[in-house]
Design a protein around this ligand. Structure first.
Ligand SMILES: [Zn+2]
Ligand SMILES: [Zn+2]
Length: 221
């Protein structure tokens, strides 16, 4: 019995020592695909407030495929290496994007500039593009293999929208929350890649382009 007690005491000592050694390191640890726990919940809350869609289970404390796409979107928007790992640098960039307004004519990510979204008829940018839209377009950019995405229609003033045949009367383009895009990839493949990223948004499949928007609910056509 004495031996057992000594072994137990030693075990407790070791556990204590290792805890002291490892707990601070774990607190500063990076988060990546497969991570789980309260730090992932915090990360997901930040990503959700940036406007990312985190899948049907939302903020669930599990770093899965939706969280990965969102993290990669932030990294791409900030011109960082796309490794999907959240350490200090990516954490700083998440904080940076959190400090930006939800809509602004000055929002610019690494692969999308404000001028690309100007109304094709008058050059207006309305209230400025949606941060959530730009960040999700960056996630899509990564998912498509970092090939250029051309915005063929971004903001549309009401006059322009009313003159377009086939445009919805209440189009998301009038609210700075939509983009029609062309990529040197088949539109069907673009739309398939956009399914998860725009899971709570609009996705329109056309023969020569793809419409995506961040309307806040699932819409497909
Ligand atoms: Zn216009
Ligand atoms: Zn559209």
């Amino acid at each position: 019995m004495k031996k057992v007690r000594i072994i137990l005491a030693l075990l407790i000592c070791f556990t204590t020592i290792f805890s002291f050694d490892f707990i601070p390191a774990a607190a500063a640890a990076t988060l990546q695909y497969g991570s789980s726990g309260p730090e992932v919940v915090q990360l997901q809350k930040q990503l959700a407030s940036l406007g990312f869609y985190l899948g049907p289970t939302g903020v669930d404390g599990r770093f899965g495929p939706y969280t990965l796409e969102a993290v990669q979107g932030v990294q791409s928007a900030s011109g960082l290496p796309i490794d999907g790992v959240v350490g200090d640098t990516t954490g700083d960039q998440i904080a940076f994007w959190s400090s930006q307004p939800a809509f602004s004519p000055y929002l610019q990510t690494d692969h999308f500039a404000p001028w690309e979204f100007k109304c094709r008829h008058c050059g207006s940018l309305g209230r400025g593009m949606s941060k959530a839209l730009l960040l999700r377009l960056e996630a899509l950019y990564v998912k498509l293999g970092s090939v250029p995405i051309w915005v063929t229609s971004g903001y549309r003033c009401p006059v322009h929208n009313s003159r377009l045949s086939g445009a919805a009367a209440n189009s998301q383009h009038m609210y700075n929350t939509a983009a029609d895009i062309q990529v040197s990839v088949a539109p069907a493949a673009v739309a398939n890649a956009a399914e998860t990223i725009f899971g709570d948004g609009g996705l329109g499949r056309y023969s020569s382009f793809t419409h995506v928007d961040v309307r806040g609910y699932h819409a497909r056509w």
